[in-house]
Ligand binder design. Structure first.
Ligand code: PRP
Ligand code: ZN
Length: 300
């Protein structure tokens, strides 16, 4: 029987912009799970992998303390915690494995519409409401700006209306929160997306095989989302030009075509998005019978 020690624990956001995408990523890695009665733990049924649904701000700490082996969390939270841990004398508190292709947002200043403050030049001596005090203070220090940081754990956007601050610094994704609160987006401090982190402690042998397998699958899922398999016919003489046009491609497979000496079939995996413009350019270069098909799985 498997001991619980041999099970991998992944921390993911309980409810928020990363939750659905994080679960989808684990499913695409082949994980089938059932949720516990309290809904805060998902038990893997076909892999020794469980996940914990927690507040995103708690994820870096859970991974740093090796309570969880892996975590999926926004770079915004990671950077905030990195600065906080560093101030406490704790460096390299978790290993950044890779950034992920979801959860894109910006950490930006925002000012009340038509107010006196419309740029960083106006904020000396003003109060900034934010849930990211470490990032904001670090930014102000580097810019040599003297402003007061007022920490809010949520609903930052209402601080100016409450008279608690003159401006805010918060995450912006669609921009609808700012618009609804009559705030104008200003300078951006940080561009963020989700990221995968790993405990700084060495993974025990009992878990390492599955951790490695999972990391490889996650990386495979990421690559596959953009990747396409392209097939076409082309004059042999056009091959150099065609190769140069293919985005993020490895060496193409060139196959003879029955009954044609001057034409070949070209098959290639492109690891970047293939746009219509690229296909049109390939056609201009002499390619015909172009076919672009999605790649389902990839193992480098
Ligand atoms: C952020 C931010 C805003 C909202 C902006 O909160 O605090 O409320 O998202 O998104 P929008 O531009 O699409 O309107 P988030 O959902 O990340 O919650 P959290 O910071 O409490 O984890
Ligand atoms: Zn949060």
């Amino acid at each position: 029987m498997e001991t619980t020690d041999a099970r991998i624990k992944i921390a993911i956001q309980k409810s928020g912009r990363l939750t659905e995408h994080s679960l989808e990523l684990l499913q695409q890695c082949g994980l089938k799970y059932s949720r516990g009665r309290d809904q805060l733990i998902g038990f893997g049924e076909n892999m020794p992998v469980d996940f914990l649904l927690v507040r995103d701000d708690d994820i870096p700490g859970l991974v740093r303390e090796d309570v969880c082996d892996l975590g999926i969390v926004g770079m915004n939270v990671l950077e905030e915690k990195r600065l906080e841990f560093r101030a406490a004398g704790q460096d390299a508190p978790f290993r950044l494995i890779q950034e992920l292709d979801f959860g894109h947002c910006l950490l930006s200043f925002a000012y009340p519409e038509n107010g006196a403050i419309q740029s960083l030049d106006d904020i000396d001596g003003q109060r900034i409401a934010t849930s990211y005090p470490w990032i904001v203070k670090d930014f102000l220090k580097r810019r040599n700006v003297n402003a007061e940081v007022v920490e809010f754990s949520g609903a930052v956007e209402i601080a100016p209306n409450l008279g608690r601050a003159e401006l805010i610094c918060d995450l912006v994704s669609t921009g609808s929160t700012l618009a609804a609160n009559k705030l104008t987006q200003g300078e951006t401090l940080l561009e963020s997306s989700a990221a995968l982190i790993q405990t700084p402690v060495e993974i025990p042998a009992s878990k390492s095989e599955w951790v490695n397998r999972l990391l490889q699958r996650i990386s495979g899922v990421q690559q596959v989302r953009e990747s396409k398999y392209i097939m076409m016919h082309a004059p042999r003489s056009a091959l150099p030009k065609i190769s140069a046009l293919l985005p993020g491609a490895e060496a193409p497979t060139v196959l003879p075509l029955e009954g044609c000496d001057d034409k070949v079939a070209v098959h290639v995996v492109c690891r970047e998005t293939v746009f219509w413009e690229t296909l049109e350019q390939l056609k201009e270069a002499g390619a015909s019978s172009l076919l672009v098909v999605p790649v389902e799985k990839m193992l480098a």
